[in-house]
Design a protein around this ligand. Structure first.
Ligand SMILES: Nc1nc2c(c(=O)[nH]1)N[C@H]1C(S)=C(S)[C@@H](COP(=O)(O)O)O[C@H]1N2
Ligand SMILES: [Mo]
Length: 199
């Protein structure tokens, strides 16, 4: 089963139309990390979803891989102005992880091994817009790019795609993450050029 990139319809748009304002295209894959790359043993890896009432749902590495897999092909946009087109990933949709979760929350924070955080409205994670990915270009996701697993939210600037993700907290109130606290935009839509608070 192969699931093609949702969100884009019809034949691919010409490259120029796929560059958000102020972005340039690169075929490299730059590494941007605010700290050292954590090394995570797959035997102890765990992903924890915590709802606004404090109930927790956990998946081990084996349990993550046993869930239905998807193969999103998406464009990614870093706030430092590079855009990489047609990146290929494999992972589990947040729709799958959230399917049986009872929540009224409107907000989410992604937590990571190493301590990085980023916030999103819960709607940004639903309806085929976000995945926990563990492979890139047909190979295990490299540690510097967030392996063993990262969040992938291609509709938003790439700082929202938390590397080494180990949990998502669902919250009633918005709670700014690492870059958002430092002045980056709360939502971060590249097509509206929401780079900094106030954009
Ligand atoms: N845990 C964690 N996730 C992170 C970051 C980070 O420093 N730590 N940097 C963010 C930023 S600013 C970007 S642009 C992308 C970079 O991902 P890459 O290094 O795979 O290109 O990861 C995002 N996720
Ligand atoms: Mo970034």
């Amino acid at each position: 089963m192969n699931i093609f990139s949702p969100g884009f319809h019809g034949r691919p748009r010409p490259t120029g139309d796929r560059l958000p304002p102020g972005q340039y295209r690169t075929d490299d894959f730059p590494v941007l990390s605010a700290g050292p790359t954590p090394r995570i043993d797959l035997n102890s890896w765990v992903f924890t979803l915590t709802t606004e009432t404090g109930s927790q749902h956990r998946w081990s590495w084996r349990e993550l891989l046993a869930l239905p897999q998807e193969w999103p092909r998406v464009d990614i946009h870093c706030v430092t102005r590079w855009t990489k087109l047609d990146t290929d990933w494999q992972g589990v949709s947040l729709d799958t992880l959230l399917a049986d979760i009872d929540t009224q929350a409107a907000f989410a924070v992604a937590d990571c091994y190493g301590g990085y955080t980023t916030n999103l409205p819960l709607t940004a994670l639903l309806d085929g817009k976000a995945w926990i990915v563990h492979s890139f270009d047909g190979r295990d996701l490299a540690p510097e790019h967030g392996g063993p697993a990262r969040l992938l939210v291609p509709n938003l600037y790439f700082w929202k795609s938390a590397k080494w993700v180990n949990g998502i907290r669902l919250l009633d109130r918005d709670e700014p993450g690492f870059w958002e606290t430092a002045g980056y935009h709360d939502y971060g839509d590249p097509w509206r050029e929401q780079r900094y608070q106030g954009d």
